[in-house]
Design a protein around this ligand. Structure first.
Ligand SMILES: [Zn+2]
Length: 322
């Protein structure tokens, strides 16, 4: 009787590397960047140690640094100087994200600039869209606003627009508008399955985008639902999404795996601010070995089937593995 011994292939690092099933490539990581229009809004984010809100100039320097390390894609979020009910700062030609896109593409023509398309950082009420008189987010009026934002990002030179609002029908509307404007080369990364998650907390501090009343459960997905995520992804693929995304990451790895098995389009996962804060909190207290914990976390996304991992750890990972 032969004893089967899987331990043979774990005897040393070289043999372990030989049989390793999944690896993280630095160029599949995307670093989110918060850009503040006013210098006074720039600075460290308390709940996200190591991450800061940057000015446009600082964002360009930072992008240059991480590009050299191999992180060649960034996802931009803007912190405007002014907010209003119409989110008018979101589609301004000289808006903070638009300025950053122009500056980044000038400094680093090859960088992949992704820009988050949503209204919540630009509305004074903090919701992701336009409100009706009863305070509900109006779907179709919001879609028109999102189209306007996406067009202005495309005009500034974004490579990828990434609608994160969860309105119905927005992918098709944005695709049609971009094609009509001859931005046929601009890709859409859809936040297809974005859950109404508690893990967005630190981001809202970072972007100053917490809703002033109510919550986002009437548009973001209910956490217990998995089949619905696949239906949302199918709708976005039908409407022309080039990349689909699941957000957050860690609590939804089952959804990532299910999406990988069902769809052939590139699949992104967003390792969100709360996941980052959770790990950093423990790392800073010495409760976790930071390097190993981060590598294990990022590997879990790749193993679950994600092609693209959007993570606040991207630059950190690249620095350690440079
Ligand atoms: Zn939003």
């Amino acid at each position: 009787m032969i004893t089967l011994r899987p331990r043979r292939l774990r005897r040393g690092e070289v043999v372990r590397a030989l049989v390793r099933e999944h690896r993280i490539a630095v160029d599949q990581l995307v670093q989110p960047i918060f850009v503040a229009e006013r210098a006074s809004d720039a600075g460290p984010i308390e709940a996200m140690p190591g991450i800061a809100r940057l000015t446009v100039h600082e964002a360009v320097d930072y992008a240059r640094e991480i590009f050299a390390l191999g992180v060649r894609s960034v996802l931009l979020f803007g912190i405007p100087a002014q907010k209003d009910a119409q989110a008018s700062g979101s589609y301004a030609t000289d808006g903070v994200v638009q300025q950053t896109i122009v500056a980044l593409k000038r400094a680093l023509p090859e960088i992949v600039v992704m820009a988050d398309v949503c209204a919540c950082e630009y509305t004074d009420h903090g919701h992701c869209g336009l409100l009706d008189e009863r305070g509900n987010v109006e779907n179709d009026a919001t879609v028109q606003l999102l189209v306007r934002i996406a067009r202005s990002y495309a005009g500034a030179g974004a490579d990828v627009v990434a609608p994160s609002d969860m309105m119905d029908g927005r992918i098709g509307a944005i695709r049609a508008a971009l094609d009509c404007d001859a931005y046929t080369g601009v890709a859409i990364m859809a936040y297809s399955a974005k859950y109404a998650s508690a893990f967005y907390g630190p981001f809202r501090e970072a972007a100053g985008s917490a809703p002033q009343f109510g919550d986002r459960r009437s548009y973001q997905m209910d956490p217990p639902n998995a089949r619905e995520a696949l239906r949302e992804i199918a709708l976005d693929v039908e409407q022309g999404a080039d990349i689909v995304m699941i957000k957050p990451g860690l609590p939804y790895l089952d959804v990532v795996r299910a999406a990988r098995d069902r769809f052939d389009v590139p699949l992104a996962v967003y390792n969100v601010s709360g996941e980052y804060a959770m790990l950093q909190g423990a790392i800073q207290r010495g409760w976790l070995d930071g390097a190993r914990a981060v590598d294990e976390l990022l590997t879990s996304f790749v193993r679950a089937g994600a092609d693209i991992v959007i993570t606040y750890f991207a630059a950190d990972y690249a620095r350690r593995h440079a």
